[in-house]
Structure formats: C-alpha cells, structure tokens
Design a protein around this ligand. Sequence first.
Ligand SMILES: [Cu+2]
Length: 206
Amino acid sequence: MHIRSSALVLAFALLLGACGGGGGGGTGPVPPSSTGSISGQVTAGSTAVPKAQVALSGGGTQTTNANGQFSFSNLEPRSYTLTLQLPQGFTLGTESATKSVMVTAGAAASVNFGVRAIPAASASVMAGNDNRFSPSAVNIVRGGTVTWTFGSVAHNVIFNQTTGAPTNVPIVSSTTESRTFNSDGTFPYVCTLHAGMTGTVHVHAP
Ligand SMILES: [Cu+2]
C-alpha cells in the first residue's frame, strides 16, 4: 500500500517533469480525489436542530450548526455509521439514531435525520390591545396548559370545535386565563369581538 502510493507520486513527478517545461509555478493536473465526504442536516419538521451531536464510526464527532447541518470530509471510501445524539427538547420519534452510509471517492454522500420537537408543558399567548393573539399558534403536550394574558382591551377566546377543547374564555380584560388541554389535536379559536383575531393550539401526545 505504502510502496504503491510512493510509486504513484513518483509517476506523477515524472509526468510533470516531462511536460512541465515553460511553466514555472504551474499547478499541473489535479489528480482525481481519492476521498469522499458526508454531509447532512438534522431537522424537526420545518425547524433546524442545532447543537445535535453526530458521531462518525472510526472517529470524529460534529455538532450541527444553526441550520442543523453537519459534514465530514477527506473520508476514505468505505461504509460508515453515523450516530445521532439530540439536544434537549427533541426526540427521535420514528427516526433511527444510527444510519449507515457508503462513501465513494470524489462524491458527497447525503444523510439527513428527521426528528421531532418535544412539545412544551405550557405556553403563553398575549391577547393584546393590537387585537391579535401572539403567538397565533402554540404547541403543547397533552395535559399541558395555555395561559392567555389580556390587556385593557376586552377579548374572548371561543373554540371553533367543542370536542376535546376546554371551556371558552368569556369577554375579559386586564387579567390572565389558563386552560388545560387533555386531548391531542388542533384547536383553532377566535375572538368574536374582533374580525381576524384568531389563534390555534396544537396538542401533541407526550
Ligand atoms: Cu378581541
């Protein structure tokens, strides 16, 4: 192996010498790459997952960047295994923590992980004087609670569907109201006093 690559280098040197004439600092022919790379991304739905650890068999661990991306380069062509470790707030869901990938010379293999965000136990929504619910959509775990904070302008919270939804919040101002959601699903709601003042609570299984 070692002898063989030395022989290759020698052959290249001879080749350069033979046709190198006038150049002086020319770069010469670029040999085809003998290594490959792996790159990928960790996402939870449409959200990138930064600070995930991706370990490569045979050495090396990368931490995903702000876009959930990672990459390994200069890899000898062969099969590798990637092992994913998620930061807090995320779970694998149906995704597997380890994936095999074949690296070939001169090519970039792509390996992506699609995981799931663990929904929060509670969420807060402002029912402000601008006649908006903010944020307009929240995600909580089943059994979790949403608290609405009302300013001096009066609003209500009326759920579009009653099955699985908690009781409506009557017209109130300058107070907070909390509701617990015990059923999975999507629960849209409106303030009937202000056209277009709408919100949604997404309730997820733990
Ligand atoms: Cu309102």
